[in-house]
Design a protein around this ligand. Structure first.
Ligand code: NDP
Length: 332
């Protein structure tokens, strides 16, 4: 019998998450059976920590539930011929070291995944965050060559892909991030302009200096005050993809800010929220495009890898604080 270790949400987060909000739990797994749902035993190899876990936990979880999340896992035992022992899959089984599945809810890594490419990228650039950048830019921002694209949290999992895809698409790209090292990284991977939003004297001035003519597309990962300032620098008919609002996820009291109607009306803007799962029927298309660009070296990937399953809460909280460059990953 295998005993899995899992992190549960002991207490709903109130403000910024605390280590005492989490608890480790042991779970005995049943033996596999030929029929029914107990066909595969898997071990998590890499787990993802993502910003969405913060707002989703409040909406969709109750205290005592296993923390939600995705992993790259290896098949350890199989009674399902579609999954060979040793194969790698992406699962959404939450923060746990081992689990049982019938295979229906698992996705094999693309069959053309190169041996030399880290499998953890299936949680980042060639996974959900990469798809978010891809569909958000193409379908929501509807970027066109020659346009100027603004992205915030630009050195993170989604933002770093947004900037690079916008460059591939023939756009000028402006990004901002929360440290000088991150800004240097953005320039290294091809952003035309980048600045540290924590140290600029005026966000308004920094945005207009980076693109005096304004912005056609704004891929917003941050929301709050940043978005309120940036919306006024949109060009006429500009498009805003509302991807995330990480500046608000830990608020106990909702922020109040300037309202969007005036710039929306006078600049005739389009502003659309989205969730990447809208394009789950085009997942394969997106993954193949991203995989190709990564293999060709056109999209660079950086990962912030935390070692040890026991450190998942620290990795999660570190990511919310901005300690990650690129995708925050935990290696079991
Ligand atoms: P990141 O890898 O970008 O990590 C989060 C980053 O957010 C931190 O590194 C930090 O970078 C930045 N940050 C934290 N607090 C603040 C703040 N108060 N103001 C500005 N920046 C802050 O995460 P992801 O790329 O995974 O996610 C980025 C955004 O996209 C999130 O809002 C997430 O919820 C959203 N998302 C939405 C999806 C969708 O389907 N709509 C799917 C996936 C993600 P820094 O040092 O620059 O401050």
């Amino acid at each position: 019998m295998v005993v899995a270790t899992a992190w549960i949400l002991k207490k709903h987060f109130d403000g910024f998450p605390k280590i005492s909000d989490f608890e480790l739990k042991k779970i005995e797994l049943p033996d596999l059976k030929d029929g029914g749902e107990q066909k595969l035993l898997l071990e998590s190899v890499f787990l993802s920590v993502d910003p969405y876990m913060r707002p989703y936990s409040r909406r969709y979880m109750k205290e005592g539930d296993i923390m939600i999340g995705t992993q790259v896992a290896r098949i350890v035992e199989s009674k399902n011929p579609a999954f060979a022992v040793g194969a790698f899959v992406v699962g959404s089984k939450g923060w746990r070291t081992h689990f049982i599945s019938d295979g229906k809810d698992l996705q094999l890594l693309p069959s053309n995944w190169p041996e030399s490419l880290p499998k953890s990228l299936a949680l980042g650039t060639v996974g959900m965050p990469g798809l978010t950048a891809y569909f958000g830019l193409l379908e929501v921002c509807k970027m066109k060559p020659g346009e100027t694209v603004l992205v915030n949290a630009a050195a993170g999992a989604v933002g770093s892909v947004v900037g690079q895809l916008a460059k591939i698409g023939g756009c000028k790209v402006v990004g901002c991030a929360g440290s000088d090292d991150k800004v240097a990284y953005l320039k290294k991977i091809g952003f035309d302009e980048a600045f540290n939003y924590k140290t600029v004297k005026s966000l308004d001035e920094a945005l207009s200096k980076a693109s005096p003519d304004g912005y056609d597309c704004f891929f917003d990962n941050v929301g709050g005050e940043f978005a309120s300032v940036a919306i006024n620098q949109m060009k006429k008919y500009g498009r805003i993809a509302v991807c995330g609002a990480i500046s608000q996820y830990n608020d106990s009291v909702p922020q109040k800010g300037p309202y969007v109607q005036f710039p929306m009306i006078f600049k005739e803007l389009q502003m659309e929220g989205f969730i990447v799962s809208r394009w789950s029927n085009r997942r394969e298309e997106g993954l193949q495009a991203l995989l190709k660009w990564v293999v060709e070296g056109k999209v660079k990937c950086h990962e912030q890898v935390t070692e040890g399953f026991e450190n998942m809460p620290m990795a999660f909280m570190g990511m919310l604080k901005g300690e990650n460059l690129g995708k925050a990953i935990v290696k079991v």
